[in-house]
Design a binder for this molecule. Structure first.
Ligand code: NDP
Length: 477
């Protein structure tokens, strides 16, 4: 009876994951989608804790450990999520993803121990036994161990890179060394499957996979981190699915497969958005600063500035204004005053739209989340392709704290480290006003020719302050 109810609860959990994921793909339903998926996870967790029984009818027990862990993890997770700034969200995603990978690796280690005990306490004593019936289980254990450890170690390095504590690191032959490490880890894994009595191989595989995870992410440039995090996220999903196989737990399997598939699709979409292959991202060191220095030192012409009152005037008398939000808008927390500007302009009869680049900010969908928080209508958020069509008929583009995503070098300069990344082609508009605090480069560390073009004017200052002043000026025009 208990098992039947549990099966129904697992079904409810699985359906909630799928519905939640579907709702997450649209900013209008994303918040609800998150809650629906969280509900599914709660049902799955508590269903397992209270209703699961093994073949002998034993319940889980260990309630003090389980609820102690839930409490500690729940409190840390809640505080971290409440405290995190929107701009640090990718770091947190990376950290939490790493925890998922670590869980999968620990499950593999503990399940291998259980298997050893089931086989008589010490596999070494029985080294002449026939292990064929256990080999599929050992295969899943090895897969979970390798993938989970790589995901954990790689995510920790990605976390360190995003918060600036870990610097890019590479040396000639590093890619070959990492390939060899992975091949040896897989080779030892195959050996363990053939002969599970070699218990020490588990720890050798763990050490190799952790080292591989570190070295695999170390040389990848900062600007490629979102792709790497998404890829590691899909690894964690696959590792969790291995856990689902081990425990014959359908909801864990479904959840793992969904994360694995979603992470893989997001990785592919991001590579497409940058017009690069995944292999190029992983071994190309794009976004690393070795080319950036050269590009940054290129001689630039003069740039011109615009005063607040002139900017207010140009925008007030425009037919159409496109706002391009970037990372700086998020740092300045200027989304609400930006919405205010849009309303003031709209009241004056100006058509206002937003042009959203897929990797503007520091995580996929960053700008959509930010603008949704400020109640900006989804109807006026243009995706990159739509926006690029609209710029031709735009009088003023107002760039707010964006830099790399509007850098024409991505289109025109094959030597640029961001060459090939699709950009918002703002220079097609009649006028471009750029708000940032200085002439410093953005995330990729490279100069931006756009700032030196004749139709571009710089409006220096913190985005929030500038927008407050701009709104006041426009109201008085
Ligand atoms: P960039 O990082 O290229 O540029 C942001 C600009 O904002 C800076 O040049 C900075 O100039 C300016 N700025 C910073 N603070 C403020 C402020 N308070 N007020 C006004 N301006 C400010 O941002 P983009 O959004 O154009 O591009 C995103 C970059 O991040 C891309 O390279 C992308 O690949 C990368 N990335 C994207 C992720 C994603 O998934 N979206 C994840 C990780 C990286 P100044 O200092 O002069 O003010």
């Amino acid at each position: 009876m208990g098992l039947n109810i549990l099966t129904v609860l697992y079904l409810i959990g699985s359906v909630s994951f799928i519905l939640g994921l579907k709702m997450l793909s649209n900013p209008a339903t994303a918040r609800k989608g998150n809650l629906v998926a969280a509900f599914g996870m709660t049902v799955a967790i508590f269903g397992t804790i209270f209703l699961y029984q093994d073949d002998q009818g034993n319940k889980l027990g260990n309630y003090v450990w389980i609820f102690g862990g839930l409490l500690v993890g729940g409190v840390i997770g809640t505080l971290a999520a409440k405290k995190v700034k929107m701009t640090s969200m990718p770091e947190m995603v990376s950290l939490f993803n790493g925890m998922g990978g670590a869980c999968a690796a620990l499950i593999s280690i503990s399940e291998f121990k259980h298997l050893s005990i089931a086989l008589g306490g010490d596999l070494l004593i029985n080294s002449t036994d026939d292990y064929s019936s256990y080999q599929p289980t050992v295969l899943i254990i090895v897969l979970g161990l390798i993938i989970g450890s790589v995901s954990f170690a790689g995510s920790m390095i990605a976390w360190g890179k995003l918060n600036g504590k870990v610097k890019d690191f590479s040396f000639p032959g590093l890619n070959i060394l990492t390939m060899i490490l992975l091949a040896v880890a897989i080779g030892l894994g195959a050996w363990l499957v053939v002969d599970p009595s070699n218990t020490y191989l588990v720890y050798a595989i763990l050490a190799l996979a952790l080292t591989y995870g570190v070295l695999f992410v170390m040389p990848i440039g900062g600007a490629d981190m979102p792709v790497v995090i998404s890829l590691l996220n899909s690894f964690t999903g696959v590792a969790a699915a291995c856990g689902g196989f081990l425990y014959n737990n359908k909801v864990m399997l479904t959840g793992g497969i969904l994360v694995g598939a979603a992470g893989t699709l997001l990785t592919i979409l991001m590579c497409k958005a940058m017009n690069r292959s995944l292999l190029n991202v992983l071994i190309g060191s794009f976004g690393g600063n070795k080319n950036a220095a050269a590009a940054g030192s290129k001689e630039q012409g003069a740039y011109k500035e615009i005063s607040l009152s002139d900017a207010a005037m140009v925008m007030s008398y425009a037919n159409k204004v496109m706002i391009v939000p970037g990372y700086g808008l998020a740092v300045a927390q200027a989304q609400h005053i930006c919405h205010e500007l849009e309303k003031v302009l709209t009241e004056k009869g100006v058509e206002v739209k937003y042009a959203i680049h897929p990797v503007a900010g520091r995580m996929p969908g960053h700008m959509n989340v930010l603008l949704a928080e400020a109640d900006v209508s989804y109807d006026i958020l243009m995706e990159m392709e739509q926006a690029n069509d609209e710029f031709k008929t735009t009088d003023v583009v107002l760039i707010l704290g964006a830099n790399d995503v509007v850098n024409p070098a991505a289109k025109n300069d094959p030597a640029s480290p961001i060459y090939g990344m699709p950009i918002l082609e703002v220079e097609q508009a009649k006028n471009v006003i750029v708000n940032k605090r200085s002439m410093k480069p953005g995330y990729a560390g490279i100069e931006n020719d756009l700032f030196f073009q004749p139709k571009t004017s710089m409006l220096f200052g913190d985005a929030k302050k500038v927008l407050q002043d701009l709104v006041a000026e426009i109201k008085s025009v």
